[in-house]
Design a protein around this ligand. Structure first.
Ligand code: F6R
Length: 243
């Protein structure tokens, strides 16, 4: 695992966007795994700026979703499919033909999860997977004590994560779904390159456990230690509890 300490969120976004641009220059139809939440926004902004400046062509890029709420209609503004359309695909000039994700509104959710793992493999696997990290060390929505070998499946959100995400639902925790589909930790580890961005002091404990703690299900992100090509980009605040 390599750890890169950057001065702030903007520098982290630029660094990772440049890594994505380099990948796309090498492999124009790369499959990019993307996360939602606040942390990756500077990455998406920096990548869109490169596209606008003509520094990279993303027209053949493919985008794969990491996780999705269960029970929200697909076109709900806070479904992760809608969020990614707004924050990633549209700014990059891509349409939904470039997108793949699990169907959170499926009648048979487990079948949708299994189908998504199969679709990812058939697409050749994820080339670069972006990850954020929860204050409790989750990646995707693999909450603490998720199996490190897990596949894409339905999970129940912890109360803490529902509280953290209420800001996207007018601050009303009652509107935050209880269940999600998430790529499993085993699924995530199959990506060729994992890039985790963590910014702010609130992530410092989780980052220390990820980088310096034992590999343990109690901190799902510690599974990155098992990956041959994992990059953890942290700002100084998120790095503040590293030894
Ligand atoms: C969302 C996801 C989550 C977030 C994590 C941090 O797709 O994968 O693991 O990355 O909850 O969220 P923020 O970035 O909002 O602090």
């Amino acid at each position: 695992m390599e750890v890169v300490i950057v001065p702030g969120a903007e520098a982290g976004g630029e660094l990772i966007a440049e890594a994505m641009a380099q990948l796309l220059r090498r492999k124009p139809d790369a499959l990019l795994g993307v996360a939602t939440g606040s942390t990756p926004l500077p990455i998406y902004e920096a990548l869109a700026a490169k596209v606008d400046a003509g520094a990279v062509d993303v027209s053949r890029a493919r985008i794969a979703q990491l996780d999705e709420y269960v029970g929200l209609p697909t076109d709900h503004p806070e479904s992760y499919r809608s969020v990614l359309r707004r924050e990633v695909l549209e700014p990059l000039g891509l349409d939904m033909a470039a997108f793949m994700g699990p169907d959170g509104a499926a009648a048979d959710v487990q079948a949708a999860c299994t189908a998504y793992d199969k679709a990812l493999a058939e697409a050749g696997g994820v080339d670069l997977q972006l990850l954020g990290i929860g204050t409790d060390g989750h990646i995707g929505f693999n909450e603490p004590c998720s199996s490190l070998a897990s596949r894409t499946r339905i999970k129940t959100l912890t109360e803490q994560t529902r509280v953290d995400n209420a800001r996207f639902f007018e601050g009303d925790i009652a509107q935050v779904p209880h269940h999600v589909i998430t790529q499993g930790i085993g699924t995530i580890l199959e990506a060729r390159h994992l890039v985790l961005l963590a910014t702010g002091e609130g992530k410092a404990d989780a980052v220390a456990a990820t980088v310096e703690g034992p590999v343990a299900a109690v901190c799902p992100a510690s599974a990155l230690q098992l990956h041959p090509h994992a990059t953890v980009v942290v700002d100084e605040a998120a790095a503040s509890k590293l030894k």
